[in-house]
Design a protein around this ligand. Structure first.
Ligand SMILES: [Cu+2]
Length: 67
């Protein structure tokens, strides 16, 4: 199991954080995602392709990049 750190931009409130968390945790291979608003970031636990994580976040309307 690995830990992937993402920088996320576009989140403005707690709802965004929970939407991003849920989106990340739906990606196959992800065991847990810890998303923070300030700074906009996520620590993803599990084994999932970074591109799939970024796509899941993008689908919710936020931008992610690997940190
Ligand atoms: Cu929000």
């Amino acid at each position: 199991m690995s830990e992937i750190k993402l920088k996320i931009t576009g989140m403005t409130c707690g709802h965004c954080v929970s939407a991003a968390t849920k989106a990340l945790e739906k990606v196959p291979g992800v065991e847990k995602a810890e998303v923070t608003l300030k700074p906009g970031a996520a620590v993803v636990h599990g084994d999932a392709p970074v591109a799939a994580l970024i796509a899941a976040v993008a689908e919710e309307g936020y931008e992610a990049e690997q940190e």
